[in-house]
Design a protein around this ligand. Sequence first.
Ligand code: ADP
Ligand code: G6P
Length: 467
Amino acid sequence: MSRLIVVSNRVNPPTGKGDESVGGLAMALAAALREYSGIWFGWSGKTTTEFTGQLNMQKADGVTVATVDLEEGDYQEYYNGYANKTLWPLFHYRVDLTAYDRSFGEGYDRVNRRFAQTLLPLIEPDDIIWVHDYHLIPMARELRRLGVTNRIGFFLHIPWPAHQLVVTLPRHRPLVEALFHYDLVGFQTEESVQAFEGYVFNEVGGERTEDGRLTAFGQVTRAAAFPIGIDAEDFARIKESPRATRVYDRLMAHSVFRKMVVGVDRLDYSKGLEERLIGFERFLHDNPQARREVMLLQIAPISRDEVEAYQDLRGRLDGLIGRINGAYADMDYNPIRYLNRSYRRDELAGVYRASKAALVTPLRDGMNLVAKEYVASQTPYDPGVLILSRFAGAARQMKEALIINPNSPEEISDALTRALNMDIDERRRRFESLMDNVTRQDVTAWRDDFVAQLREPTPTPALTRQD
Ligand code: ADP
Ligand code: G6P
């Protein structure tokens, strides 16, 4: 069988010690590569004064991890710049936070070129290459320029936005053209596929081929939805682990007369953290009897803290939490417990299980794996209730959650009231249906589906192009 080469900016094989960086991509890829003795290539997380292209190779759990350092200027323009100040906000519908500096785009192209050159010597003729996320859209074009003819697929972990947002990018055409150098382009949801096709058909006059692929820029590719999942089997194991049980017991002992609601997110403006807190404040305001009884545990590790929008958000959250706790706390009660740190996965499983409800309220999210982890951590005897934003990709699959609009404090407050008063039969019914989905559409199914479709031989463009 051919080898799989996975390429992503963030390369973070879990060590099992809980020191891996957080984020859906790293979690999913670590799980996805587990059964392939492939290569995982990307950024080392370190910067140097000058780019050397020196590969650092390590073997972890049968996977060869190959990383390269970034030059400081590249890191600023490519990672902090184009990836996190341009594409991330724009693709999450935050035009107000999007920076359009030309130098960011140049740095982005340069790093993609450098990554392609560094990866080239590792590629063997039968390898299939799978590139991930918005940092690396031009990777296939750069590899093709270097003569790579292997099958190359791309998966976008974040939403693909509406046509009218994409065209606010000064160089939107080359960005989209870059995707046509892949054999297969995967998105999280059908909605993203349709938004991508909307751009292709309406902006550049692309067409659909008879076999369902897309043609534009004189090239052909295939676009489809592959909703990502969690490693459900691994979660089933860790939720029974001694450490998960210890955390669960400890939290339960501290909340004998209290009900805990949980939120777990990177500290990111796409996650709707402010809206969640305001919704929780509304809940406390509307339900005086809940004031000493219900508490929110919000775990939010700092993310991308060199980017101003993230620093600003952090400041606003500190203020908001201070205000709510100031207004509703008592000598032995704090409505919000707020933690800016990461936890081991087994500890998180214990936290999820001890929580009567989870608030997953992103304003936009490609998928949201926390929603799936929360469900996977529950027990059928006494499952908690998932409150989920309609703007998370996960809402398309997790229909038995309480689906809310996170922009409405009233909807958040009402959903909390409903969740905390839901009878056991309804909770079980919802849990069983959600759990079925989390188990069936897990990370293994996602990987196998994508890789199988990427392997599929496709007719030559000359036979399919409609010209
Ligand atoms: P994103 O990829 O945008 O961060 P997801 O919800 O898809 O959002 O994935 C987040 C991942 O990061 C999940 O696997 C979650 O468990 C993990 N994570 C988030 N916060 C923490 C934390 N404080 N400690 C450990 N892992 C965390
Ligand atoms: C999201 C993105 C990933 C990214 C992760 C963490 O999941 O889709 O590509 O790795 O956030 O962000 P970071 O900037 O720390 O890699």
